[in-house]
Design a protein around this ligand. Sequence first.
Ligand code: NAP
Length: 234
Amino acid sequence: MNIVITGSGKGIGKGLAEKFASSENQVFLCSRTEEDLINITKEVNKRNPGAVIKFLVVDLSRKEEVLRFTDWIAAQGVTVDILINNAGQFIPGSVYNEEEGTLEKMIEINLYSAYHITRALLPEMMSRKKGHIFNICSIASLQAYHNGGSYSISKFALMGFSKNLREEMKPYNIKVTSVYPGATLTPTWEGADLDPGRILEVSDIVDMIYTASQLSPQACVEDLLIRPQLGDLP
Ligand code: NAP
């Protein structure tokens, strides 16, 4: 299978890349930091020399860069089986006090990147009537929370995108899964004083996505909502 994972240099995207990379799969990655992508490729190849990992350094917050990424995928001559729209950024703040331009930044990376990549890759999936798209939303897609601000607005929008896409793609046999992780231990939380008992592990999210991708053609996991057992962080 051919799997495209965006924002795959760190955190959940990195975990997904490591999980999906195998001798049967080709994995296509991207992020803005080349070093991260080189390191993942080395680590995976050490464990599994048969795995094929390809990557491109791009800034997905810019439409022309998104299209450079999708052109590059097309140039590999592959048909994409799974697209995981994972790239995202969290800038904490509130509508009333966040820096000017925060909403634009959040929408560009958390919504437009997924929208443009999906639109570019969909026609080929639709013609084959096959494909699975995962959109990494958030608990912040479902409810307001302290310091959510424009991040939460952008994630609500991504949920709307994901729900619409699912309905539109039903006649084309393409599955769309919205993933709603609670707080998950990734570099996003660097520097925060966290109780490890209150935060999810990357493997919790990765394992659920992987399992959802392995079901029969007629089964679609529409929503994956994963919270720490004790609930959201206080
Ligand atoms: P992370 O550790 O910060 O990793 C994000 C990845 O995306 C990095 O590889 C980053 O690489 C890449 N990225 C960011 N901006 C990019 C851009 N403009 N162009 C290309 N790549 C870009 O984040 P994470 O915590 O794993 O989060 C992954 C997804 O899960 C996000 O959509 C996030 O909103 C969502 N999520 C996370 C949590 C959580 O608690 N961690 C909870 C709910 C939802 P570069 O910076 O090098 O580009």
